[in-house]
Ligand binder design. Structure first.
Ligand SMILES: Nc1ncnc2c1ncn2[C@@H]1O[C@H](COP(=O)(O)OP(=O)(O)OP(=O)(O)O)[C@@H](O)[C@H]1O
Length: 529
């Protein structure tokens, strides 16, 4: 802030005195000193109007005037504009008036008779202060204005922010609502999905066999073709693929369905008892046989005999079996009488019978007798599209059995199940779902099993190619299926501390019947050390 000499010389000055010589002297002095805007009056009553019109920077005011003295003029100026700082320089010859004048608002005084140097100096100083004050006031106004504008701007921004925050909160609340709604819809959809899948399963099931894959449909078609006839059927496929179910489906689609379907599980029968089990025996036929026994062939007369795991049948029995299949004739143990029966044969095996024939473990002639109409059950890993239907079927089955209400199978759970290789096929899947239903809390199925990578290697050793041919192994360096099976059984048995049966037993984990597992253990010579 600076005040220049020009600013001072351009300041507005009013000289008020009823004595003309004084007025002239002062005016003359100021004009000679370079002041450009000097006004004079000898009428004190005109001062307020003149000031209102011209806004003076300095008033040189005589105190002793008729009609209105200097004190009254100062009072009137103050009354007009109490906030305005209008410097008044009083001109007085009375020393006693000086103090009174300062108390009445005068800023300074000049004694009469005038000392012209003093007059000039005082006027100059007062104007400098006056102009500085005005500059300060104007800067204050600008500053205040800026502060006001900035405050208004900040208030506006603040308001805008508050509105935006409110809007964001509303949007978040609405998003949260939408998310909850989507979640509810998703749960509902999943529940409906389970229900619909069950409906679909009902449409696609074939008796008790669930699945709508291309591969399984081919099996259904073959069953439809062969079931009404009496031809022998050979069911091939890995363990747990549903050979037992297919045998029942064939029987139930034949006129023989009114007669029984008798099953012989060749793995569970000790070699010494197979013959009497199949053909019966007379009392005393051998030591300890003190009662007559009707064999399964006789029991199945007019119906169907299902020879499960035929590959396990001892060689000497295979010859006798061939005769019954060819001629429908046999004798009970210890009886010379030939019995004739009308039995339809369905045989099943998870072994490669051609290999068994090659290795001299299965009679070739029996193989050809049985292999009239082979049906190969595809492993589950080759028809993964059946997994969702099967999962829902088993969830519903075990919900009912265990008394749970699981109705959601999440995509994550489905994915886990889809990724597994299922060496134990549907039986393994069934056990996994039973375990999951038991362990799941709430209404969503939780898959807690950790399926390891062991089974991945099995797929490269698939034994059946769908038409009962041996599939050449692609990687000669990998272990054989037999080696893997042997190794895996030992691993699982060690895990279960050699427990075979029950929920925690090795048979459930391997997806095998306990009797089948025992047969395999015998076959591989696996014993607990
Ligand atoms: N497609 C299917 N739909 C429903 N359940 C099935 C299906 N396939 C198999 N299962 C179930 O899986 C289990 C094993 O089936 P099954 O005993 O028929 O297999 P398998 O091929 O005869 O096995 P193994 O050779 O070990 O005797 C059974 O509980 C059966 O009900």
């Amino acid at each position: 802030m600076t005040i220049t000499a020009t600013d001072i010389l351009n300041a507005k000055i009013l000289i008020v005195d009823d004595q003309e010589p004084n007025v002239t002297l002062l005016e003359q002095l100021l004009l000679e000193s370079g002041y450009t805007r000097v006004t004079t009056t000898m009428d004190p009553q005109a001062v307020c109007d003149l000031n209102a019109e011209n806004h003076y920077d300095l008033v040189l005011l005589d105190l002793q005037m008729p009609r209105m003295d200097g004190f009254e003029v100062m009072a009137a100026l103050k009354a007009d504009d109490p906030a305005d700082y209008l410097p008044v320089l009083v001109l007085t010859a009375q020393p006693g008036h000086k103090l009174q004048a300062l108390q009445s608002g005068a800023k300074d005084f000049i004694s009469k008779p005038f000392d012209l140097v003093e007059v000039k100096t005082r006027i100059h100083n007062m104007l400098e202060v006056r102009l500085l004050y005005k500059q300060l006031e104007s800067s204050n106004d600008t500053l205040e204005d800026t502060v006001q504008k900035r405050t208004a701007e900040l208030l506006r921004i603040n308001l805008q922010c508050t509105e935006e925050i409110e809007e964001r909160k509303k949007a978040e609340a609405s998003l949260q609502g939408t998310y909850t709604e989507i979640k509810q819809l998703k749960d509902k959809l999943q529940a409906e999905n389970v229900y619909l899948q069950q409906e679909v399963a009902r449409q696609f099931n074939f008796d008790e066999i669930i699945g709508n894959s291309q591969l399984l449909s081919q099996v259904f078609h073959q069953v439809e073709q062969v079931a009404p006839m009496n031809a022998t059927v050979l069911l091939l496929g890995e363990t747990g693929t549903g050979k037992g179910l297919v045998a029942r489906a064939i029987h139930s689609r034949n006129a023989r369905k009114k007669s029984p379907l008798i099953t012989v599980d060749c793995t569970t029968l000790p070699a010494t008892l197979i013959e009497s089990e199949l053909f019966g025996r007379e009392r005393g036929a051998f030591t300890g046989s003190d009662s007559k026994q009707i064999g399964r062939f006789e029991l199945a007369d007019g119906g169907t005999l299902f020879l499960d795991e035929i590959g396990e049948m001892p060689l000497e029995m295979q010859a006798k079996l061939l005769r019954v299949i060819q001629d429908g004739e046999f004798e009970r143990l210890g009886s010379p009488h030939t019995i004739k029966v009308d039995v339809r044969i369905i045989a099943a095996t998870n072994r490669n019978l051609i290999d068994e024939v090659r290795n001299g473990k299965f009679r070739e002639d029996l193989y050809y007798r049985l292999n009239v109409f082979p049906i190969t059950l595809p492993p589950l890993r080759q028809r993964k599209e059946d997994i969702p239907l099967l999962v829902n079927h088993f969830v519903a089955k075990f919900n009912k059995k265990i008394g749970k209400q699981i109705n959601i199978v999440s995509n994550a759970a489905q994915n886990t199940l889809q990724q597994h290789h299922w060496p134990g096929n549907v039986r393994e899947l069934e056990s996994a779902i039973e375990r999951a239903v038991i362990l799941s809390a709430g209404t969503s199925l939780q898959i807690l099993d950790r399926f390891d990578s062991f089974d991945k290697r099995v797929s490269s050793n698939d034994r059946f190619d769908g038409v009962n041919r041996r599939v050449p192994r692609e990687e000669p360096s990998v272990k054989t299926l037999v080696e893997l099976e042997h190794e895996h059984i030992i691993n699982v048995l060690q895990q279960t501390n050699w427990r075979i049966e029950g929920q925690q037993g090795a048979a459930v984990i391997l997806g095998l019947n306990p009797s089948t597992l025992r047969a395999r253990m015998r076959k591989y010579g696996i014993v607990r050390h």
